[in-house]
Design a protein around this ligand. Structure first.
Ligand SMILES: NC(=O)c1ccc[n+]([C@@H]2O[C@H](COP(=O)([O-])OP(=O)(O)OC[C@H]3O[C@@H](n4cnc5c(N)ncnc54)[C@H](OP(=O)(O)O)[C@@H]3O)[C@@H](O)[C@H]2O)c1
Length: 342
């Protein structure tokens, strides 16, 4: 079923009239939409969206996403300490079979019995008998993946987990995880956007050549690439006051990239955020999971699936991204502290 996005009117503006969701052609229990929905925001204090968001807007976002053909929903046991999984599961309700549910285990004590027990707890919170994708949230620096993959194998054997994924893994460790599991580790969820392009070095070529998937998190650089934040308008929540990209100096340095996004956006009657997303999924092995603070943002993000960038536009965006050199490393800390307490 290809879903028509009919007559979207969006206060985010941009391309929102009609369009088609696109899907990966990889064989999975439910096909995976190129634009998914990230749900860290659901019930997580650090985003500061409040109780009416957690209680109402989040559910409305999920329901609208399903209507628009989104299948990929990403959560984690750690988001809101289980609250995100609960909100997502309740919102999906009877539409379970239209969704590709992805959650994550935080690998604190990744021995098989603990992995199995934590998967059951996540499935219960999500109200499902099957996790379509069970991801290791971070590589454990002390414990090799053989340990956690023993638990994953057992979960696959009993059908509680359909696909295994990893997150924030290097290519070397992704391959080692596959060797330890003894079958495909479908995806690696990593930060990828016009402001963070390191996955292009090796993860994207590997995914493209081997039928694997890169799930791009923070594809809008947490809202930076929407162009709405600048020196006089900085986000206030804890997630972004702790993100060096939102330092006043870095917002200023991002000006050229935002201007290029606006130029390309104008050519498509779209918004900078939509172009940022269209650029991320331009690569065939990538799907994006933007978070959304409103139904309007979700609608706008979904409509980005239908934008085809020209080669010239792709190159212009890459060049602007190359020119964007944010302040990073040790000089960031005193600036973050100053920005936070000023
Ligand atoms: N595996 C990991 O380690 C990891 C790490 C981070 C995130 N993730 C996952 O990836 C998902 C997305 O990443 P993220 O939330 O960090 O960053 P993101 O998707 O780049 O940014 C989301 C934020 O951007 C703003 N936004 C969204 N759509 C917009 C639009 N159309 N126009 C203007 N602004 C828009 C909203 O914030 P405002 O409206 O408040 O500006 C929203 O909360 C998360 O929900 C989570 O599921 C995974």
């Amino acid at each position: 079923m290809r879903t028509v996005l009919a007559n979207l009117t969006s206060e985010c503006g941009g391309k929102a009239d009609t369009g088609l969701m696109r899907y990966l052609s990889i064989d999975t229990v439910t096909r995976i939409s190129r634009i998914g929905l990230g749900t860290w925001q659901f019930g997580s204090r650090e985003w500061g969206y409040g109780e009416s968001y957690a209680g109402q807007e989040a559910r409305a976002i999920v329901r609208r996403a399903l209507e628009l053909g989104v299948t990929l929903f990403d959560t984690a046991e750690i988001y809101g300490f289980g609250r995100s999984e609960r909100i997502l599961g309740e919102a999906i309700g009877g539409s379970r079979e239209s969704a590709f549910l992805a959650t994550k285990i935080f690998p604190l004590l990744p021995v098989a019995p603990v992995v199995e027990q934590r998967a059951v707890a996540s499935a219960n919170r999500l109200g499902t008998h099957r996790l379509d994708l069970y991801q290791v949230h971070q590589p454990n620096p002390l414990v090799r993946d053989g340990t956690i993959m023993r638990g994953m194998r057992a979960l696959q054997r009993v059908g509680l987990v359909a696909e295994v994924g990893v997150s924030n893994y290097s290519l070397e460790r992704w391959r080692a995880a596959e060797a330890a599991l003894g079958s495909r580790v479908l995806s690696n969820q990593v930060r990828y956007s016009l402001a963070a392009r390191s996955p292009e070095r090796d993860l994207l070529p590997f995914a493209e050549s081997s039928g694997r998937v890169v799930i791009a998190y923070s594809p809008l650089a947490q809202g930076l690439l929407s162009g709405k934040y600048h020196g006089a308008s900085r986000p206030v929540n804890r997630v972004r006051t702790g993100n060096p990209l939102f330092l006043p100096e870095n917002l200023e340095r991002a000006g050229d990239l935002i201007a290029t996004l606006r130029e390309v956006a104008d050519a498509h009657s779209a918004t900078p955020a939509q172009i940022a997303l269209a650029w991320v999924i331009h690569s065939p092995a990538v799907v994006a999971i933007p978070g959304a603070s409103s139904v309007e943002q979700l609608e706008s993000n979904v409509a980005a699936a239908d934008i085809e960038l020209t080669d010239g536009q792709d190159q212009a965006l890459r060049a602007a991204s190359d020119r964007f050199q944010p302040i990073t490393g040790p000089p960031v800390l005193p600036r973050l502290l100053r920005a936070r307490f000023s």
